[in-house]
Design a protein around this ligand. Structure first.
Ligand code: HEM
Ligand SMILES: *[C@@H]1O[C@H](CO)[C@@H](O)[C@H](O)[C@H]1NC(C)=O
Ligand SMILES: *[C@@H]1O[C@H](CO)[C@@H](O)[C@H](O)[C@H]1NC(C)=O
Ligand SMILES: *[C@@H]1O[C@H](CO)[C@@H](O)[C@H](O)[C@H]1NC(C)=O
Length: 507
């Protein structure tokens, strides 16, 4: 009796003691976090004081609704010369840069990709060429550069043309006269088809087989999830993110994407088990992308782990199709909105090809079409921005400077719409790219620039030209006035409501 009375009085004591200690500890932790937040914020404000910005809430930063992001950049380009801080919340910001001289300075350095955002891509595309930094990046870039040699790219033109024709045949089936079509989804499948055949030696048509739709959908979801994660203060920590509903959605999208790439690697390995195929590949002077990786793996196991190989495959699978799908879709939209330029391109392609199939040699003989492609990529850069984290202080030509540790976003969208670089920037005017016109070396950078420019630039330009030329030969394109696309910045430039065009089959 006395024992239980004793424990009855002690028990609550020890609970309240524990609770007291716990609450003091959590208060201390909270206080520590608040101080950390405050100190970091004060530091950021101090070191970036030469760069004014529009009013921002001290905690929530710049509240910008998701479809106003690009509009907001245009406002900043007009009101804040060269560069402007964007606050995500009180202790996270990056400097948006849209001046060609500023961008030239940054791209001439070797700062790593910004950790604060690019790391969110790692569970999906791994540390492949896009995310790697330093010496490993350099080794991989050197290993993969031969995959884009023109000996390799030349025969791809035929593969590209075949993929485009499969898509256009499908379009003929779908559209009767005057019917409208959401083109982005079709073009994504077509560019996936192309990259699978060219870089991954895939056989069979991705476009006619429904089983690739889940991969396309996963890439679409991951584009959105990435965008929202960067902007959500509560989703920065991996443990917490993985438990959130967005995080769980992301995990299932990673799984879908990896299932797809695993399958591609497995099936190429199986093909190479076949003596005949192996001999054929060994005789080649230059190897396709996936074969370079597989042979590097076979001949020197230590230089490329399975994980590295997977990362490169995931990187190229994504970069190799989503970017070009965005490019082609927006170019076709721009041409649909400008019938006079569309017709001039069509005339050029018709007189160049007659009835013949398109080949490598034709690609540099369509100057006007190329000007229109470039002008459309200026207005709608498929990759709207790229990030760097300053590894040393930088001083810009106008004397303003930033310290080590600051994140900068090179806004290619802002650069391409900057009125000090491009007069009347919103006007579609292909003559800006006429051979005799002159401009700043860093005024047009759809493929970025410097050492970390796009490795697939030539591949991509070929694909854009083939797709545009062949489409114009078979269809007249008109905009759908009831569904004007609304550009939104994701990993690649997308449209909030898809890209709907009205297609008329040409006789
Ligand atoms: C219109 C199409 C394309 C555009 C606009 C584009 C644009 C870009 C840009 C702006 C970058 C720099 C990214 C950064 O600094 O974070 C980049 C890098 C890269 N692109 Fe592309 N790209 C296109 C097509 C392709 C294709 C078809 C491939 C592959 C076949 C590809 C593979 C890559 C890779 C691997 C990198 C990383 C390169 C490195 O850091 O060494 N891209 N691209
Ligand atoms: C994320 O949160 C968990 C649980 O609160 C914590 O244990 C972990 O250290 C955090 N990770 C980082 C990188 O801050
Ligand atoms: C979160 O999920 C990703 C993807 O499945 C995984 O790679 C990562 O290790 C997880 N992180 C944590 C801390 O649970
Ligand atoms: C494999 O590559 C690594 C690094 O590139 C090199 O140090 C090593 O000597 C190579 N091993 C063989 C067997 O070639």
């Amino acid at each position: 009796m006395s024992v239980s009375a004793l424990s009855l009085t002690r028990f609550p004591d020890s609970i309240s003691g524990f609770l007291q200690v716990a609450s003091v500890l959590s208060l201390l932790l909270l206080l520590f976090k608040v101080i950390q937040f405050y100190v970091h914020r004060q530091w950021l404000l101090r070191v970036t004081q030469q760069f004014p910005f529009p009013p921002a809430n001290w905690f929530f930063g710049h509240k910008i609704s998701e479809d106003q992001e690009l509009q907001e950049i245009l406002t900043r380009v007009k009101n804040f010369p060269s560069a402007c801080p964007r606050w995500f919340w009180g202790s996270k910001m990056r400097i948006q840069v849209y001046d060609p001289d500023y961008i030239k300075v940054i791209l001439g350095r070797s700062d790593p990709k910004s950790h604060g955002s690019y790391r969110f891509l790692a569970p999906w595309i791994g540390y492949g060429l896009l995310l790697l930094n330093g010496e490993t990046w350099f080794q991989h870039r050197r290993m993969l550069t031969p995959a884009f040699h023109y000996d390799i790219l030349k025969p791809y033109v035929r593969i590209m043309a075949d993929s485009v024709h499969v898509m256009l045949d499908k379009w003929e089936q779908i559209v009767g006269q005057d019917s409208t079509l959401e083109i982005f989804q079709h073009i994504s499948l077509m560019t996936l088809d192309t990259i699978m055949k060219c870089a991954f030696s895939h056989e069979g048509s991705v476009q006619l087989d429904g089983k690739y739709q889940p991969y396309i959908q996963a890439v679409e979801d991951l584009n959105n999830l990435f965008f929202f994660r960067v902007r959500n203060i509560f989703h920065q920590n991996d443990t917490i993110y993985n438990l959130s509903s967005n995080g769980r959605q992301a995990i299932s999208a990673y799984r879908l994407a990896h299932d797809h790439t695993d399958q591609v690697i497995k099936s190429r390995k199986a093909q190479l088990q076949d003596e005949g195929e192996l001999e054929k590949v060994k005789k080649k002077r230059r190897l396709d992308f996936l074969d370079i990786l597989l042979f590097a793996r076979m001949e020197n196991g230590s230089s490329l782990t399975d994980k590295d190989l997977r990362a490169e495959v995931d990187t190229f699978m994504f970069e190799g199709h989503d970017t070009t799908a965005s490019g082609i879709s927006w170019i076709l939209y721009a041409l649909a909105s400008h019938p006079e330029h569309q017709q001039r391109c069509r005339d050029e392609v018709q007189s160049l090809l007659g009835g013949a199939s398109i080949t490598w040699d034709h690609l540099d003989q369509m100057p006007y079409t190329t000007m229109c492609i470039k002008e459309a990529m200026r207005l709608y850069p498929p990759v709207p921005g790229v990030g760097r984290e300053l590894s040393t202080p930088v001083t810009f030509p106008d004397g303003r400077s930033l310290p080590k540790g600051i994140s900068v976003l090179l806004s290619l969208y802002g650069l391409h719409h900057n009125p000090t670089v491009w007069p009347n920037p919103e006007v579609f005017d292909p003559s800006r790219f006429a051979p005799e016109s002159s401009r700043h070396s860093h005024s047009f950078l759809p493929f970025s620039g410097g050492a970390r420019n796009c490795i697939g630039k030539q591949f991509a330009m070929n694909e854009l030209k083939v797709a545009v030329a062949l489409t114009l030969l078979r269809f007249e394109l008109l905009p759908d006035p009831t569904r004007i696309p609304v550009p939104i910045p994701r990993l690649v430039l997308k449209s909030k409501n898809g890209i709907h065009l009205c297609l008329k089959k040409l006789q």
